[in-house]
Ligand binder design. Structure first.
Ligand code: MN
Length: 698
């Protein structure tokens, strides 16, 4: 993080709104200065008003309150650059306001480092700037540094928390990306080693996140800033080459724009034609990926044609192909087959009369908004109907299936290094587009198999897949797909055969979603088997039949309590999995019959400390973990249920919720063996809100 706290020990607190307030009330009435820093908020207010002319006075008021709070709270701090700290949150707020985000997001951006770096709490913020903005701040706030946690554990935990928060409100990620962008632009003030670490993380995690969110301007800015740190020589050289090429290529581009404009007008199309220039990093990537010299990059300059409707896109493409010569096999239809479900445009490469090659993109105004600003387009164009209406509802998790996939991938990895690797791998994979027999688009990461496809279509389709037809030919489910494959999944619901996931299937899939579904089904089947087996064992031990065993059921329910299990089934499962010896259960059942009313069941000592009084025999290892989760009602019960459901015995629970809204639950669990312990960890990581499961040393 780019902060350095000065020696001034004055504690900062949330201020009452000061007398300066009145001076700012008309947002267009001159400067709006911070009470301590003297920095001016009015450009941010102007950008907010430009995108949202209908912003309410109380919303503006909250933005100004947020500015005051942050300005006072950060007063003792300076950035590594030596500037007042407030320069940073103000720049982040300006960035999100320019992206067209709403008042809550701008207010949250102003306060985004307040909870992390000053004594102001989320609760105090909620009172001052509203619950929505406070929740956004909470989402971008890093986890408290835990003394014994490794660096990667902290990074992984904070990233996981950020992604969990983004599933409820994607604005959290917009703020985080703007934050990272300003930090990258001022990274020069940090020691060289730290610069490299921050730039690497930006290139591996944050730029791909911006890409997935469709925020291509932000992505390009992040990439260029990181590239400049990591490969300064190459970055300067390519920038110089682009500048050199610009004058001549720009003259050609101007002529191409004029020709395209004339032809499109003749065809009766109302089109807006502009030129565009490639960014430094994207030029470099193209040289690397295509293994071509700089001179051969065809789309260093390009045409962009914006029209009103999708049908006009294809009409405009026809006009371009009539005026210029299209390069065969360079046409891409991302309207019919969108990238990441977000980016839509027609791409073609054409040659003009002088033999100069350039790329042309054709899109509607709405596609343009989506392409430049991605998820931010919703807020940018919500209030402003000019030209480009944004999508009608804020982007939800359903619109961003990759986000849920990332979290599923992360949840399955208890080890923080593995989590970060899974994240980089998932974010780094290219995308291929495949098709259902009906022609519906199914986007998948490059390298995905037919089984990944089946699970992407529907979990049950995956579970019952037995074979596939790829482009009409019968193949096994493990076949690797390539872009454009049309895949039909052949399913068997299992009347005759033995369908459903097997452990080997985990080797046949590459997506986290599929692996997650397979593991969940295998665990469920394991539990069903264990339950059946456990009941049979107990019945045999007490020489009774289960079908007539309703009294056995009642007796076992009481005995279950003495072992610390919630009910008869939970105890039966523990027997089935070998955690509790059948003989002990049988002995207690006999005891209980001779000495009614039996022993007391496990006692609840309230949320703070729960101990199962008569813990079962510990044959396997003890699992001691610390679970961190966004605090919510029922969290502790959920955590305990999951352990019991996975056949583990909870021996000890400690829980505390901090002011940062993070609940920390310490658990000691008896498991049968290390693989059972690993399963319990995976199950814990999947509890709603949990973002970290790490070892605790009892
Ligand atoms: Mn920051």
């Amino acid at each position: 993080m780019v902060t350095s706290v000065s020696a001034d020990p004055t504690p900062a607190t949330a201020p009452e709104s000061g007398p300066r307030k009145q001076a700012c009330d008309g947002a267009d009435a001159g400067p709006c200065l911070g009470p301590v820093s003297g920095l001016d908020l009015s450009p941010v207010l102007a950008a907010l008003l430009a995108h949202h002319p209908d912003v309410r006075p109380d919303e503006l008021e909250r933005v100004m309150t947020a500015f005051d709070i942050a300005d006072v709270a950060h007063a003792p701090q300076r950035r590594a650059t030596g500037e007042p700290y407030m320069v940073h949150p103000l720049a982040v707020a300006a960035e999100v306001a320019d992206l067209g985000m709403d008042a809550d997001t701008v207010a949250a951006a102003l306060c985004h480092d307040v909870v992390e770096d000053t004594p102001v709490t989320v609760e105090a913020l909620a009172d001052a700037i509203g619950p929505v903005a406070a929740r956004l701040v909470d989402g971008v706030t890093k986890l408290d540094e835990v003394a014994d946690a490794s660096k990667s554990a902290r990074v992984a935990g904070s990233l996981r928390k950020l992604l969990v928060a983004a599933t409820t409100d994607v604005r959290v990620l917009v703020i985080k990306l703007a934050d990272r962008l300003h930090n990258m632009r001022t990274v020069g003030a940090l020691p060289p080693q730290k610069q490299v670490r921050v730039a690497t993380e930006t290139l591996e995690v944050y730029a791909p996140l911006a890409h997935r969110l469709g925020m291509s301007e932000t992505k390009a800015a992040l990439e260029d800033a990181a590239f400049l740190v990591l490969e300064p020589d190459k970055a300067h050289e390519i920038a110089a080459l682009i500048a050199q090429a610009a004058p001549s290529s720009m003259a050609r581009l101007d002529r191409a724009i004029a020709e395209a404009n004339a032809a499109l007008a003749t065809a009766g199309l109302n089109a807006h034609v502009t030129g565009r220039q490639k960014t430094v990093y994207s030029a470099y990537r193209k040289m690397q990926v295509r293994q071509v010299p700089f001179a051969d990059i065809a789309d260093l300059i390009g045409l962009r044609v914006i029209v009103d409707t999708p049908a006009e896109c294809y009409a405009a493409l026809g006009v371009l192909h009539a005026v210029f010569t299209p390069v065969p096999a360079r046409f891409r239809d991302y309207i019919a087959l969108p990238k990441w479900g977000q980016y839509r445009s027609l791409h073609t490469t054409v040659i003009d009369r002088d033999g100069v090659t350039f790329e042309a993109q054709v899109r509607t105004w709405q596609m343009h908004a989506q392409a430049e600003f991605g998820v931010a387009a919703h807020w940018k164009y919500k209030a402003n109907a000019v030209g480009a209406p944004g999508p009608g509802h804020p982007p939800m998790v359903g619109d961003l299936p990759w986000l849920a996939d990332l979290l599923a991938a992360g949840a399955a990895e208890a080890d923080p290094d593995e989590f970060l690797n899974a994240l980089r791998r998932d974010l780094g994979a290219g995308e291929i587009v495949t098709l259902t027999p009906r022609g519906d688009v199914v986007p998948l990461p490059a390298g995905a198999t037919a089984l990944d496809f089946a699970y992407r279509v529907h979990t049950e389709v995956g579970h019952s897949a037995v074979a596939v037809r790829v482009n009409g030919r019968l193949r096994t489910v493990g076949v690797t797909l390539v872009a454009g494959d049309r895949v039909e999944v052949i399913t068997d619901t299992g009347q005759g055969g033995l369908p459903g996931p097997r452990t080997e299937w985990l080797d046949l899939v590459t997506t986290a979603r599929a692996a997650h579904a397979i593991r969940a089904r295998l665990a469920l089947r394991h539990r069903e088997d264990a339950l059946e087996h456990g009941w049979a064992e107990i019945a045999r031990a007490v020489e009774r039949d289960v079908p007539e065993g309703s009294e056995l059921n009642e007796a076992l329910a009481v005995v279950a309590g003495t072992f610390g299990y919630v009910d008869a089934d939970a105890l039966a499962m523990a027997v089935g999995e070998g955690h509790v010896p059948t003989s002990r259960v049988a002995a207690r059942l006999r005891n209980q019959e001779s000495s009614e009313p039996g022993e007391q069941p496990g006692e609840q000592l309230g949320d703070e400390h729960v101990v199962a009084p008569d813990a079962p025999v510990k044959e396997g290892p003890l699992l001691a973990v610390r679970v961190e989760a966004l605090d919510r009602r029922g969290l502790l019960a959920g955590v305990c249920d999951v352990v019991t459901g996975a056949g583990g015995d909870v021996l000890e629970v400690h829980a505390a919720a901090g002011q940062d809204r993070v609940a920390r639950v310490g658990l000691v669990v008896a498991a049968a063996d290390s693989s059972h312990a690993a399963r319990i960890r995976v199950a814990l990581a999947q509890v709603e809100g949990v973002f970290s499961v790490c070892d605790a040393h009892p």
